[in-house]
Design a binder for this molecule. Structure first.
Ligand SMILES: Cc1cc2nc3c(=O)[nH]c(=O)nc-3n(C[C@H](O)[C@H](O)[C@H](O)COP(=O)(O)O)c2cc1C
Length: 346
């Protein structure tokens, strides 16, 4: 079983991720983690923080001579913007954030104690974990990519640019929809036998757990609702060359919670960034008087970054399911198990 934990605050010393359960013998290229971290920092509409931070991963454990040794892999991403002890207290919760619920739940006055951890800065740690999982999947030619479907209700690049500029000018924010795809997945990852082993549920939960993601759909998703069954289920064909195959992929690569050999297709909606420059109405936590919500430095739009994080969390879930199916402690043994399964006469 693969598992991970992250720790760290937005303006703390740094973020730490520990990935446990990775096989030994995997070539771990730190530059590939850095590339994913840089991708997460990019995209149209990003704010000031991205100019300060150039995220770099430092491997603290679990690797010797660039190869994993089976022990927990700890990754550190230092915050160049470390100043948590010097930042002012915050008393006006921002709508759309964990601010209000967080202070009431944990018993603080200062919202900073909430927002520092609730910040999407944590997704840098998850991106690092996903980058390592992508390296494992790449050994089996499994590739993951993503693209933007729409931002703020517009679809083409020039309209998106214009819309983001408009939002920036008005001190407003935008969300959108992105799509993640994974290719060359073997048939049989996940299982229908119990709810918590269904890969559709695990993938959806992983993507939904990214801050600001509000909807996830697999394959045709909501598009199924208005269709006849005869028109949407992917008919099954067989020939010697292609084995079992489909001409359509409305299921998005999953049937019964199990990969079916088709590309995995997951779309998600990210809500507009919650911190709005033209601050929304709120209430001061100390005197309970009406006030404007606090404004922390913010992105106008982070849909592209969110899609990179989604690739990462999907990579983790797929790597975990892959290890469950072909499970072993070393890459060599894993490769043997995989080849034996793939070669099986069907
Ligand atoms: C990559 C990424 C960057 C984000 N940047 C910001 C930001 O700059 N300002 C902000 O207020 N929210 C930002 N968010 C979104 C908030 O973290 C999110 O609105 C908040 O956690 C509440 O969302 P929830 O209700 O889905 O948890 C970002 C989210 C992601 C995934």
């Amino acid at each position: 079983m693969l598992r991970f934990l992250t720790a760290g605050e937005s303006h703390g010393k740094g973020l730490v991720a520990i990935l446990e359960g990775m096989v030994s013998g995997l070539n771990l290229d730190v530059k590939k983690i850095d590339l994913e971290l840089i991708r997460r920092q990019g995209g149209a509409g990003r704010g000031g923080r991205m100019k300060i931070e150039r995220d770099r991963a430092e491997i603290l454990s679990g690797v010797k001579g660039n190869k994993t040794i089976g022990s927990p892999i700890a990754v550190l991403i230092k915050n160049k913007d470390y100043k948590i002890e010097k930042l002012p207290a915050v008393y006006s919760p921002r709508p759309g954030h964990a601010d209000l619920a967080g202070v009431l739940k944990y018993g603080f006055d200062d919202i900073r104690c909430v927002l520092e951890r609730a910040s999407a800065r944590e997704t840098a740690a998850r991106t690092a974990v996903g980058a390592i999982c992508k390296m494992l999947l790449a050994e089996f030619k499994i590739k993951i990519n993503s693209s933007i479907c729409q931002i703020g209700g517009v679809y083409n690049y020039s309209d998106i640019k214009r819309k983001i500029n408009e939002a920036k000018k008005n001190k407003d924010t935008l969300g959108g929809v992105f799509e993640v795809r994974a290719f060359n997945l073997p048939i049989g990852l996940g299982s229908y036998v119990h709810c918590d082993r269904r890969l559709d549920g695990r993938l959806s939960a992983a993507v939904m757990s990214i801050p600001a993601v509000k909807a996830v759909e697999i394959g045709l998703g909501f598009g199924y609702a208005g269709q006849f069954g005869s028109g949407v289920h992917d008919a099954i064909y067989y020939d010697k060359k292609h084995n079992f195959y489909r001409k359509t992929n409305n299921a998005g690569g999953l049937e019964g919670g199990v990969t079916n050999g088709q590309p995995l297709v997951i779309r998600a909606c990210m809500k507009p960034i919650s911190t709005v420059g033209n601050a929304l109405p709120s209430v001061n936590m100390l005197n309970k008087k009406a006030s404007k919500a606090a404004v922390e430095r913010y992105d106008t739009c982070a849909v592209e970054a969110c899609s990179v994080v989604a690739e990462a969390v999907i990579a983790f879930e797929l790597a975990n399911a892959f290890l469950e199916k072909f499970g072993s402690d070393s890459l060599k043994e894993l490769s043997t198990n995989y080849s034996n399964y793939i070669k099986k006469d069907r």
